[in-house]
Design a protein around this ligand. Sequence first.
Ligand code: GDP
Length: 139
Amino acid sequence: MTERTFSIIKPDATKRNLTGAINAVIEGAGLRIVAQRRIRMTEDQAKKFYEVHAARPFYGELVETMTSAPVVVQVLEGDNAMAKYREVMGATNPEQAAEGTIRKLFALNVGENSVHGSDSLENAKIEIAQFFTDADIVG
Ligand code: GDP
């Protein structure tokens, strides 16, 4: 079934000029980038986005990292897009990520792991709505 999921190319990747290289992996996996914008995330946006992790010890560091440089927010579309992108991203900790995944190829460490992808269709909807309107998404 055709689905949409939400993606972020994180600051560690934009700083190293990896947007195009990461997009090539995304497109190579058969996912279509149907919306994309480069933004500087505000502290409020990052706090809200990672609200579920508010009690975790790395929350402050996470918010700081996400606001430290521009990010590229994206909507990806394709068959089984949510699960497929999770697979293409690889494990949260790049040391555990499979060969050929974005995090294996590009991530520096668990805190600077190059990409975000929604972990459920319900969250994908919520996350897309935080950064895009329907008119921004051209499938
Ligand atoms: P994801 O869905 O694979 O991105 O992983 P999670 O939802 O578990 O965590 C969200 C994000 O928090 C991760 O992508 C990391 O950037 C960050 N994070 C998770 N665990 C750690 C940790 O132990 N240390 C630090 N510094 N960041 C972490």
